[in-house]
Design a protein around this ligand. Structure first.
Ligand code: TXA
Ligand code: MG
Length: 352
């Protein structure tokens, strides 16, 4: 592929000429990276199998991992799924456009490559004006995973996309940092009880307000390791920075103490140490030669979510060997934050 072009596009009232260019690329079966309210996506015509194959190739993504189909309107849902249950309609009315992905029975129109051979398909209607305008201009549903190389942290800026996919995508639409910062909530409506497959931008509490209790798929085991004992090899490692990541669970005071100890041990072994903490924690490390990234006040979980992936990438960019990260509360977007940190972690420490 030739060089990747990055084009700035206004968030509100995006330039129709730029959108027409992007839509022409989608219609020609090629790739465009675009902003959504969660993270940047790597888009292709969801109904064109060859185009979808290009997504897997560009990301280095294994074909067993299915993609989300993005639509611009609730009306389009019945084109890509074979059945729209009442609950889906209700959730869509409340949360669309927005960061909720619904897993439903697949319509024949959707190539099985999109769904990795499953008879279900994941669908969402994003709220970002550029994403909506691109889908509309393309006049087709757009399949889009997060626009990162497989296994890496999702991109929240156009620069992140360029860092991962430069030369592998034709055009990147840059509308600035994404406002939510973690991916959409994936809710499976084909189970007896609606099940969260991935916590994300719509909090569990908000879903339960609308439809009553939902189940959460436990993909990662509850860490029971004592302080200093890793839980090795059990977690699906994903959303991962290059550095080795240690996640500290427990009460904030104990966590900060344990992180300091761990930092000192790595520093004496001449490793470059990065820490990922809340604003109010930074002072506790002021006397240590560590590289700090703060993600906001611990109680502002929306800000923590927005800044999380950028902070992990910033630490990597500064060449740290290890990242020591604190845990956050699981209320609201905190559940998604903990999920991503746990998947990014090589080692989970229980501080006491
Ligand atoms: O916020 C988001 O969801 C972003 C933006 C670009 O929309 N997209 C995103 O896509 O995060 P991706 O491909 O990185 O993650 C999609 C998730 C994966 O965990 C995938 O396994 C799951 O959705 N998924 C997709 N189709 C599915 C299906 N039919 N059944 C179960 N899980 C599915
Ligand atoms: Mg992804």
């Amino acid at each position: 592929m030739k060089q990747t072009e990055v084009v700035f596009v206004r968030l509100s009232d995006p330039d129709p000429e730029i959108l027409a260019r992007a839509a022409a690329i989608i219609r020609a079966g090629r790739l465009v990276a675009f902003p959504t309210e969660t993270v940047y996506g790597l888009g292709a015509d969801a109904l064109n199998e060859a185009a979808v194959a290009r997504i897997f190739a560009a990301k280095g993504r294994p074909a067993y991992d299915p993609l989300i189909v993005h639509i611009a309107d609730l009306e389009d849902l019945s084109r890509v799924v074979s059945e729209v249950p009442d609950m889906a309609r209700r959730l869509a009315k409340r949360f669309w456009p927005g960061p909720l992905t619904l897993v439903l029975p697949r319509a024949d129109l959707v190539p099985t490559l999109v769904t990795a051979g499953r008879d279900t398909v994941a669908v969402r209607c994003p709220s970002h004006p550029v994403a909506l305008a691109l889908i509309q201009a393309s006049r087709t549903p757009i399949a889009a995973p997060s626009a990162n190389r497989f296994g890496r942290t999702s991109p929240t800026t156009a620069q992140h996309v360029l860092d991962d996919l430069g030369g592998r995508v034709e055009l990147i639409l840059d509308a600035g940092p994404t406002p939510i910062g973690v991916e959409s909530t994936v809710l499976d409506l084909t189970q007896a009880i609606p099940t969260i497959l991935r916590p994300g931008g719509v909090p569990r509490e908000a879903l339960e307000e609308e439809i009553g209790s939902v189940a959460i798929l436990e993909q990662a085991p509850t860490p029971t390791a004592e302080m200093g004992m890793p839980s090795p090899g059990l977690l699906a490692r994903h959303y991962a920075p290059r550095a080795k990541l240690y996640l500290f669970l427990g009460a904030p005071d104990a966590v900060l103490r344990a992180m300091r100890q761990e930092a000192q041990a790595h520093l004496s072994a001449h490793r470059r140490v990065g820490i990922l903490v809340a604003d109010e924690d930074a002072a506790a490390f002021a006397d240590l030669d560590v590289i700090g990234e703060t993600v906001g006040p611990a109680e502002d979980l929306n800000m923590v979510a927005r800044r999380l992936f950028g902070a992990l990438r910033a630490l990597d960019a500064q060449g740290v060997d290890v990242i020591l990260a604190r845990d956050f509360s699981v209320q609201g977007l905190g559940l998604a934050v903990r999920d991503r940190l746990r998947r990014a972690a090589d080692v989970i420490m229980q501080a006491s």
